[in-house]
Design a protein around this ligand. Structure first.
Ligand SMILES: [Zn+2]
Ligand SMILES: [Zn+2]
Length: 147
């Protein structure tokens, strides 16, 4: 009777240990598989981003090919937006709504307006005085500071 109890305890321990090791192996295999998949997805994502960048750069080159010898101004807002001093076109489009063509307004404080959509902002040649202003200006057709 005691032998049977001892044997069943041993057998139980053996089964538990085997189960534990099997679980460890499955977990390790799963982790390797997960890393491999993540690596694949990352590579796919990176090539997609590279493609997208190339397409965007190409589209931007076409967009800037207007016959103007662009000279992009560096101003206080230039970290956000660079604008050609000749034609008012942005070096890179900053609005989904409108491809702005900035023009300096005749005003005592620096102020610009877009010929295409009529948006007005404070700042020299479409470049806002501060990056905060630029951020609030992004993707809005209306000037929030107006009125
Ligand atoms: Zn230009
Ligand atoms: Zn515009």
């Amino acid at each position: 009777m005691r032998n049977i109890i001892l044997l069943s305890i041993l057998a139980g321990t053996g089964v538990a240990l085997t189960g534990y090791f099997v679980w460890l192996v499955i977990r390790a295999v799963y982790q390797v598989y997960r890393d491999w998949r993540l690596g694949h997805e990352l590579a796919a994502l990176q090539s997609e981003v590279t493609d997208w960048r190339a397409r965007r750069a190409h589209a931007n080159r076409d967009r800037l090919n207007t016959g103007c010898d662009h000279q992009f101004e560096d101003g206080p807002g230039s970290t956000f937006r660079r604008v050609c001093r000749h034609c008012g076109l942005e070096a890179e489009r900053t609005s989904e709504v409108c491809d702005h063509h900035w023009r300096q307004l005749d005003s005592p404080i620096p102020r610009s307006s877009c010929d295409a959509c009529g948006q007005e902002i404070e700042g020299f040649l479409g470049m806002p005085c501060s990056p905060d202003l630029a951020a609030s200006d992004l993707n809005t057709a209306e000037n929030p500071n107006e009125g």
